[in-house]
Design a protein around this ligand. Structure first.
Ligand code: PGA
Length: 244
């Protein structure tokens, strides 16, 4: 058992209304697990009343501090709503909204500057895995961030490895496949900063559910999960949280 902080993070994506917040509050009122439970609802629900067992994260934020950026939300606006975490560079943002590695790095830097903990998402497509490029892709995604923030600051970051072919598909990476990439990420960080490598929490995401979570979370370098679909069902999500 590692001493690293273990997390289960719910990514509701563009789903959920106030009734889901109430259902979560009821389900988690007596939660006593050691794993940190973070819910990332749509922006519109961040200001709701949340049970104190649940910590809040946003799904995205602007790299800018303020100004003429219609539709964007800044890190200090999130802080005002008691948000402590923010997902950065989710594959849906990279693919659908054109977020580049450089933009993702700028956002990570901006989150850290404002004491928000970024949850940096990385992962390869099906084609990239088939071509044997998985680690090359993941390393590039991480190295662009390291060039921007340095390796010491990685202790203020969570990395979520989410193979794109496993997101929302029901096709989970096997525990061994996930562990391989997690181990490679930790080894890559250790090349330049062994302290950061041993401290950083690395989460797995991609079709995690109440049935497959235990096997994944048992792996040596997997410190929890980032959960999409199954995080919309409070009971299932609770099961996942207590299985870490
Ligand atoms: P999924 O989504 O659990 O529905 O695969 C995970 C994610 O996109 O973070």
């Amino acid at each position: 058992m590692s001493v690293r902080t273990r997390y289960v993070i719910a990514n509701w994506k563009m789903n959920g209304h106030r009734d889901l917040v109430s259902a979560f509050n009821q389900t988690f009122a007596n939660y006593q697990g050691d794993t940190k439970v973070i819910v990332c609802p749509p922006f519109t629900l961040l200001g709701s009343n949340w049970d104190e067992q649940i910590k809040l994260g946003a799904q995205n934020m602007s790299e800018h501090a303020q100004g003429a950026y219609t539709g964007e939300v800044s890190s200090d606006m999130l802080k005002e709503l008691q948000v402590s975490y923010v997902i950065i560079g989710h594959s849906e943002r990279r693919a659908l909204y054109g977020e580049s590695d450089q933009l993702v790095a700028d956002k990570v830097q901006s989150a850290i500057n404002n004491n928000l903990m970024p949850v940096l998402c990385v992962g390869e497509t099906d084609e990239q895995r088939e071509a044997g490029e998985t680690f090359h892709v993941v390393k590039k995604q991480i190295s662009t961030v390291i060039e921007k923030i340095g390796t010491d600051a990685l202790t203020k970051v969570i990395i979520a490895y989410e193979p794109i072919w496993a997101i929302g598909t029901g096709k989970t990476a096997t525990p061994a496949q996930a562990q391989d990439v997690h181990q490679a990420i930790r080894a890559y960080i250790a090349e330049s900063n062994s302290n950061a490598a041993s401290q950083i929490s690395l989460l797995y995401g991609g079709s995690v559910n109440a049935d497959n979570c235990s096997e994944l979370f048992e792996q040596k370098d997997i410190d929890g999960g980032l959960v999409g679909g199954a995080s919309l069902k409070p009971e299932d999500f609770h099961k996942i949280c207590i299985s870490v």
